[in-house]
Write a protein that binds this ligand. Structure first.
Ligand SMILES: [Zn+2]
Length: 167
């Protein structure tokens, strides 16, 4: 068995998955069988590999920024920015809160389409449905494919909690 720390792209939720092998992980990922236990999205990627030993409690988790769908990094190069500063300076907390407000305002005129983002973005791009602004979740592969087709895909600056996970 092999354990992977997984993270969902839209919400940045971390969870652990156990697989018979890394091939099995790839298979389940490709078949979109993996989903985030917190918000249910299947836009899930590997965070960092968990050590293959039983872990004791008191394990500190490091929050990780949302994964950029445009530049999927090889797992070995995936790094997390960390600091041992105990308190986040108030300016940074304020800036993040302000950024959150800006993001909410930006999304006011945008429709949440969940994991149908790739489908909807294509329909809009090829004129099959009226033009509108949407946001949703996409796997790294989907985002890359859209990007290659010349369809605009940009990661949201902050992790996004889907409306269906808010209540
Ligand atoms: Zn999630």
């Amino acid at each position: 068995m092999i354990a992977f720390d997984l993270i969902c792209a839209p919400g940045g939720h971390r969870f652990e998955g156990w697989f018979a092998s890394s091939t099995e992980y790839e298979r389940q990922l490709t078949a979109q069988l993996l989903c985030c236990p917190t918000c249910g999205t299947s836009a899930v990627t590997k965070a960092i590999m968990a050590p293959n030993v039983a872990r004791k409690g008191n394990q500190s988790t490091v929050s990780q920024p949302a994964v950029s769908p445009l530049r999927p990094q090889p797992e070995s190069e995936q790094v997390v920015a960390v600091s041992n500063q105990p308190d986040m300076p108030a300016e940074i907390e304020k800036a993040i809160a302000a950024l959150g407000k800006l993001q909410n305002r930006m999304l006011e005129n945008s429709d949440w389409v969940g994991n149908k983002f790739a489908e909807e973005a294509r329909a809009i791009h090829y004129g099959e449905t009226p033009e509108r602004i949407i946001h949703g979740s996409a796997s790294a592969n989907e985002a890359q494919a859209l990007f290659d087709e010349g369809i605009t895909v940009a990661p949201l600056p902050l992790p996004f909690v889907p409306p269906e996970a808010k209540n």
